[in-house]
Design a protein around this ligand. Sequence first.
Ligand SMILES: Nc1ncnc2c1ncn2[C@@H]1O[C@H](COP(=O)(O)OP(=O)(O)O)[C@@H](O)[C@H]1O
Ligand SMILES: [Mg+2]
Length: 512
Amino acid sequence: MYKKQNFKILIIELATNSSNLILTTLQELKYKCFIANTQEKAYDILRIEAIDLVVINSSESDNLAIETIKDVQNLTFGGIVFLTSDANIDNMERFLKYNLLAYKIKLGNILNIIHEIDWLIERLIENSSETILVIKRKNETRDFVQELLRLGRYDVVMCQNGASAWKKLDNLDSLSMILIDTNLGDMENGDIIKKAKSLFSKSLPVIAIYEQYNPILLQENISHGLSDFITTPILNIEFTLKINLWIDNIKQKREIKRKEDILHQQSKLASMGEMMENIAHQWRQPLNAISISASSMLLSHELGIETDEDTKEQLEGIIEGAEFLSHTINDFQNFLKKDKNPIKFKLQDVVLKVLKFINGNIKKNNISIIQDYTDDIVIFGLENELIQAVLNIINNAKDILVEKKIDENERFILIKLSKDNLNKDAILEIQDSAGGIPLAIIDKIFEPYFTTKHQSQGTGLGLYMTHQMIKNHMKGSIEVENKSFEYFKKQYCGANFKITIPLDISQGISFI
Ligand SMILES: Nc1ncnc2c1ncn2[C@@H]1O[C@H](COP(=O)(O)OP(=O)(O)O)[C@@H](O)[C@H]1O
Ligand SMILES: [Mg+2]
């Protein structure tokens, strides 16, 4: 990839005196700049230095300027930006035939023009990391396309027929776009497009070049995934705009995907964090017991007061503790496994598994769990993901009960399981007695990174992940409202999370 600091610009001054300002401004922008006030001097520099961009600064759009452009094009591959004080439209058209990177009329503040040149160069530098595959039989159009892409500094891979493109596709590290001849002769366009899209991205832009407009062929290519087309004769500006537009499109999609990947990674870490916290609680007690048993055995041994009976009892305790630890590791591993296929399970078991897992943490904080369900509810769906979802919600309820320092006799988490009237959905409600979610934030809690907790406590990903799993994976829905409930003749209020999932995921409606 190019860097700004290595980008070399030559300014050729033709009968004008604004070049010094251009020079110093471009230098301030960190470019490596050269200036020449005669054609000869300019050509000398071009022969020695590998110039990336030539700025021809002129007052007239005249024959001298055209001659200079032609000479420069013979001496360098670098693109040309032509600056002129001449506002004549006919002259402009005459100049655009020479594949300039830009033709700029100097009106108003010259600094604006320099900033436009800066953006143009930034674009050229970025373009150099975008690979474009051109599959086109040899002819003038192909040469023209190649020249325009080269001027745009794209990383271009040229192929003359379908077979060589087919092979090339396997060796490319990345691909941003395909420009394809409408008729490759040796291979179907559809096959190449399909292969490229499956190797790189479904949204890979594919643009056809039509020497002759053919609606039937066009329809066929569109059905194979063609994104756009260009007809010859190709207009320089139209071509460049179109290519840039499609490249921007793929760049944006790449960026969105990158952000989604990061979020996904972070969500996974967050769920590990929630699990670890509970594991720590679960382990503390059995580890203590093991350590106490071992120490007391050692002491008895040193004092010479050990009895077979005691030793056996202590060892049994140690084995039991160790087995418990190894079970919890298995549970942990199972929880973190992603469900690949739906299975049949009882909704009650989901709750039991979660409660078993977080028992230590819940007890330590003096929270009472009230379970409200009778009949078995059998579900065909994703058990592990539901476990994760319930765990996230109960963890939040626990956090808020502790954070708000709710009286230890009034810390409740209510879990209610039921079916809907039509016998299609299972409903799982989790309610706490911590006072509810402030209305100002209730609409935000499912958003990624939304948290009211201290940085070391919350990631703001728990409910986001829960929402994603229930909606996208389980074909269900999740809602929240603040509700009150009565328990032993006393009223309590708190957040109520209501999860609705189809009893049979294969019958559910997708909300995606
Ligand atoms: N039961 C609840 N009562 C009140 N507020 C809650 C409850 N559950 C979640 N919240 C709010 O929603 C926010 C987001 O929760 P979550 O996505 O799990 O992230 P985190 O727990 O990392 O903050 C919490 O910071 C909290 O402000
Ligand atoms: Mg949370």
